[in-house]
Design a protein around this ligand. Structure first.
Ligand SMILES: Cc1ncc(COP(=O)(O)O)c(C=O)c1O
Length: 337
């Protein structure tokens, strides 16, 4: 892995992020069933407003944009996309135009990530979900042409910045995590994260694989099924290998996805997820969100209870951020009284 030549990168994240033990969570959910010590990699602390996993990927996307003379970033996501919010802020920081293609009807209510998108000066276009999914490539091409007609060069960033370029973020992130764990005196048996577009999991899976470690990376899907994400993670890695002339047998990758805790669907959670969010905040001071990290962490706690991770001594949950996505769900916390 040391022979890898990393591409251009703009330093935006505050790295390394902390690795912290969650001993009260461990005591309650893990040790009664002879499970591992639970740790959290605080990638919610990559920055303040730009926080989260997307910043690691965008360091490389922004590097390519600046190196190749782009002056505009176009990307897409849901109304409360953390990726879009981070892109909006990164663009503002670097003096690039940002145009966001958002899925959903805009009610006029600006909340959470959408408010930050607007504060950061991003242009925002809303599309009904059917059109968004069916015509996504055409919508990207349309806006690329609009910018070109006005003398701009737009870089098109796929959903979640998950592609062969974006996954450098967690390839670098896995190195950082390996160093963190070594400093604490262990090699993690398992690393767990939320999976929404696959790039975080792809970078981590590839990183641990290239480091020759036995660590199992598991993504807890928040949308789409296991087969979808196994394919997507593999595709990102294959694209990474071909872009970087790496000889790589993608079938040697161990890609693990749990799709058991998606619940009713993307962005919709049930009461136990909200209860887990409240418990993590009260027990550990850890703020999770109902769309990504709360769902994944809830799935992890359930699986610990089922004895799933008993084969190791240390497990790391990667906190991928998403704080702003919590607030639009405020009405689901009425149980707090
Ligand atoms: C807070 C948060 N966690 C996790 C994810 C999932 O990461 P990825 O899209 O790389 O699968 C996302 C975005 O999709 C996110 O915004």
């Amino acid at each position: 892995m040391d022979q890898l030549t990393f591409p251009a990168r703009v330093e935006l994240a505050r790295l390394p992020t902390p690795l912290q033990p969650l001993d009260r969570i461990t005591e309650k959910y893990s040790t009664p069933s002879d499970g591992p010590r639970i740790w959290v990699k605080r990638d919610d602390l990559t920055e303040a407003a730009m926080s989260g996993n997307k910043l690691r990927k965008l360091e490389f996307i922004a590097g390519a944009a600046l190196e190749q003379g782009y002056d505009t970033l176009i990307t897409c996501g849901g109304l409360q996309s953390n990726h879009c919010r981070t892109t909006a802020l990164v663009g503002a920081r670097l003096g690039l135009n940002v145009h966001l293609i958002l899925r959903g009807e805009h009610s006029g209510d600006m909340d959470g990530n959408l408010l930050v998108d607007r504060l950061a000066g991003a242009k925002v276009s809303f599309y009904p979900p059917r059109q968004y999914f069916r015509e996504q490539q055409d919508i990207f091409a349309h806006w690329e042409k609009v910018y070109a007609d006005h003398g701009h060069r737009a870089l098109l960033i796929p959903t979640g910045a998950s592609d062969g370029l974006g996954i450098w973020g967690y390839l670098a992130g896995s190195r950082e995590l390996i160093d963190d764990c070594r400093r604490e005196g262990f090699e993690p048996g398992h690393v767990v994260c939320a999976t929404g577009s696959g790039g975080t999991q792809a970078g981590l899976t590839l990183g641990f694989h290239l480091a020759g470690m036995q660590t199992q990376v598991t993504g807890y899907a928040v949308c789409d099924d296991e087969a979808f994400f196994v394919r997507k993670v593999r595709e990102d890695v294959v694209q990474w290998a071909s872009r970087n002339n790496q000889q790589f047998d993608e079938n040697s990758l161990n890609i693990a996805v749990s799709a058991d805790y998606i619940g009713p669907g993307y962005g919709v959670a049930e009461v136990p997820v909200y209860q887990t969010i409240a418990e993590a905040a009260a027990l550990e001071g850890l703020l999770l969100d109902p769309v990504y990290t709360g769902k994944a962490f809830h799935g992890l706690l359930q699986d610990l209870g089922h004895g799933k991770y008993r084969d190791c001594d240390n497990l790391v949950f990667v906190h991928t951020g998403g704080h702003y996505g919590l607030f639009p769900h405020r009405e689901h916390f009425a149980f707090l009284g």
